[in-house]
Design a protein around this ligand. Structure first.
Ligand SMILES: Cc1ncc(COP(=O)(O)O)c(C=O)c1O
Length: 435
């Protein structure tokens, strides 16, 4: 059996080796001195980036890299409309949320209009972690229960409470007594087995005296290895958690803002309405912002128990950035592009897989695609995945890994990605595999 991999160790730079010559070596030494053990750089030989534009990142080495990894700059790196909105608002007013401000209210109105009508309250935060932390507190208060169910390689954030439901970040620890892990929904028809595991986990939490506050799911199962199909497979698990008195929290930090090519939100592909939704990463296209959307009565119940205030969450600059992001998604047809270019890309990767036995599977939705590498026996091949990631970088393409064993290429480019960009990836990967 292959060893499981901690999410931050995937393709991680090892600082214990000799430093390269020149500026890169000096910068690596500086980073190590400043950040110490908390430094997480990627690639065997890290890259210094100086500029971004559309689907491209420009390195200090003078090279242009095709970005097939980053989902924060979802509408394109340094999109001029978003950059201009941030600059204009920063030069006009930036303050906390205890004053009224038209930009903030207009954004809340526009964002909430994209949600099912019952999800009509929004709390803005600064990071996905903060959003999930608040979502967990609302779920515990609304359900009167304390337990949480998540997938085995889930990642939901870095605070003390959220880390408890982020097993892919654990190194030498076991789940807390109030947490149950279920398998990622792999395979052709994962709905029934996923629901059965969730029901079993809820029964176990009940027996342990915690009960189930919520099932927390990233509906594209990003860190678990990307599981998208068949659309709708989450619904039975949501029914199971509700039958146990728990709520459903959809973590849209990864699939949200159009990436799946089907709708703005990942949960919409599954035909479910969550009790609580969290958003982050692409929300401000690089401006740090995140949020929680829920039903008014759930939020009211929580606010009766605890005062909640977030100094920077929902400030006017964040609102200006967020509004520009929503406008760009509409104006540039990015959901449709994610659908059509994603389908083209997936077809090309499936064709490559049919010619290479070491590609164990390809799957995804829109511009979120996973590709597994396996060894001759069909077992997860993490070293080959790392070798391909570094070889792609040497040929000017940025990519990362995911999955319990770190053997899944996580293909997740900015949404203005074109079929020409996909062709560049396909040709380059085919060349690397041929070697
Ligand atoms: C699914 C998911 N949820 C939440 C988070 C946490 O977001 P942040 O890093 O903004 O705190 C992440 C970050 O990678 C994520 O992938």
């Amino acid at each position: 059996m292959s060893a499981t991999t901690q999410i931050l160790n995937l393709n991680r730079y090892d600082p214990s080796g000799p430093l390269p010559e020149g500026r890169l070596g000096t910068m690596l030494a500086d980073r190590q001195r400043h950040a110490g053990a908390s430094s997480v750089l990627v690639y065997a030989q890290p890259v210094e980036m100086v500029r971004g534009e559309g689907v491209w990142l420009h390195g200090a080495d003078g090279r242009r890299y095709l970005d097939t990894y980053n989902n924060v700059p979802s509408v394109g790196h340094c999109h001029p409309k978003v950059a201009e909105a941030i600059a204009r608002q920063a030069a006009t007013l930036t303050t906390h949320t205890r004053y009224l401000n038209g930009v903030v209210e207009a954004y809340a109105e526009k964002l909430l209009a994209t949600y099912p009508a019952e999800l009509s309250n929004l709390v803005m935060t600064c990071s996905g972690t903060e959003a999930n932390d608040l979502a967990m507190r609302i779920a515990a208060s609304g359900s009167g229960r304390q337990g949480f169910i998540v997938t085995r390689a889930a990642y939901h954030g870095n605070s003390s409470a959220v880390n408890e439901i982020s097993p892919s970040a654990w190194k030498s620890r076991q789940p807390g007594a109030h947490v149950r892990l279920v398998s990622a929904p792999a395979g052709k028809d994962p709905g029934p087995s996923f629901a059965a595991e969730v029901a079993e986990a809820a029964a176990s939490l009940q027996a342990a005296g915690f009960g189930t506050a919520a099932l927390v799911v990233d509906s594209i199962f990003s860190s678990d290895g990307i599981y998208a199909d068949p659309a709708g497979f989450i619904a039975p698990a949501v029914a199971a958690v509700r039958a146990a008195g728990g709520l459903f929290i959809a973590d849209e930090v990864q699939p949200g803002f159009g990436r799946t090519g089907a709708a703005l939100w990942g949960f919409q592909r599954h035909g479910v309405t969550p009790d609580i939704v969290t958003m982050g990463k692409p929300m401000g296209n690089g401006f740090p912002m995140a949020g929680v959307v829920t039903r008014p009565e759930l939020l009211a119940g929580f606010c009766e128990e605890t005062g909640y205030f977030n100094t920077f969450g929902g400030n006017p600059v964040a609102a200006a950035a967020g509004r520009a992001v929503l406008e760009v998604i509409e104006e540039e047809g990015l959901i449709e592009n994610a659908r059509s270019t994603g389908a083209y890309f997936l077809d090309g990767l499936a064709d490559l897989a049919s010619r290479h036995a070491r590609i164990g599977g390809v799957r995804g939705a829109g511009l979120f695609i996973g590709l597994d590498f396996v060894d001759a026996e069909g077992a997860p091949d993490t070293p080959q995945t790392n070798a391909v990631i570094n070889a792609l970088k040497d040929e000017g393409i940025l990519i990362g890994a995911a999955g319990l064993y770190g053997n899944t290429l996580k293909i997740r480019p900015p949404l203005p990605f074109t079929t020409e960009n996909a062709d560049q990836f396909l040709t380059t990967l085919a060349g690397i595999l041929a070697r």
